[in-house]
Write a protein that binds this ligand. Structure first.
Ligand SMILES: Cc1cc2nc3c(=O)[nH]c(=O)nc-3n(C[C@H](O)[C@H](O)[C@H](O)COP(=O)(O)O)c2cc1C
Length: 213
């Protein structure tokens, strides 16, 4: 089994990287390989809403770096999304990448992979950024391991090593993620996942002429 850890930060070996390694370390102890990919040191255009992915099944913007990372994500059994908090949200490059990655999965290849998220910050805005990452996982029906709030504090690189509670939290998430990956692997021949369904879209448009707001 293999997991891809996406580091949203432009700092290749900063706090977000270290936080991802806390989860990865527990997976590796259970013989689950983890590859960490830095997203934040690249330049990604945001989603243009062109909907070319609806026919192509993947993002059609010309961008080899995006395609290379996306291939790794699609091949993996699990993923870990890690972002530093920038102004109470995830960092911009990570958002550009994730919007395109998840919106373009029109074939549902991400569905039922195992995934978790974590955020790193100096002080304020943890919950909004954490929810932002979890939204991608929930929207794609990713299996999320039991975890509390995967939030760890530190400003300068390495400072998260002092957040003992955050460290324990991320280690626990790593253990739970390994457990869930193994459960999925061990039941793959005996337990059929729910079949996909055609999506129903409802845009709150009332066509009834008698409708009064
Ligand atoms: C542009 C920018 C915006 C930031 N905004 C916040 C913020 O809103 N709240 C916060 O607590 N920390 C904020 N920080 C601090 C980072 O989240 C923190 O330093 C984090 O550890 C950086 O992770 P890294 O080492 O992986 O890059 C900000 C940092 C930058 C560069």
């Amino acid at each position: 089994m293999k997991v891809i850890a996406l580091n949203g930060s432009p700092n290749k070996k900063g706090n977000t990287y270290e936080a991802l390694q806390l989860v990865a370390g527990e997976l590796e102890k259970e013989n689950i390989g983890v590859e960490t990919v830095t997203v934040g040191d690249k330049v990604f255009q945001g989603c243009t809403g062109c909907r070319g992915c609806r026919a192509a099944g993947r993002c059609v913007l010309p961008d080899p770096a995006f395609g290379e990372i996306m291939d790794k994500v699609l091949e993996a059994d699990g993923l870990i999304l890690g972002s530093p908090v920038y102004y109470g949200g995830i960092n911009g490059t990570m958002k550009c990448f994730l919007d395109r990655a998840f919106f373009s999965d029109t074939r549902g290849l991400l569905h039922h992979k195992v995934g978790t998220a974590l955020v790193v910050l100096r002080r304020s805005g943890a919950m909004s950024a954490y929810e932002q990452l979890n939204n991608y996982l929930m929207a794609s029906e990713i299996l999320m391991p039991p975890c509390g709030w995967n939030i760890i504090y530190g400003a300068q690189p390495g400072e998260i090593r002092e957040d003992k509670e955050g460290i324990q939290r991320l280690r626990r998430t790593g253990k739970n993620m390994a457990w869930l990956l193994k459960m999925k692997e061990q039941t793959k021949n005996t337990l059929t996942p729910p079949a996909p369904e055609a999506r129903v879209f409802f845009n709150f448009i009332r066509t009834d002429a008698n409708f009064k707001p």
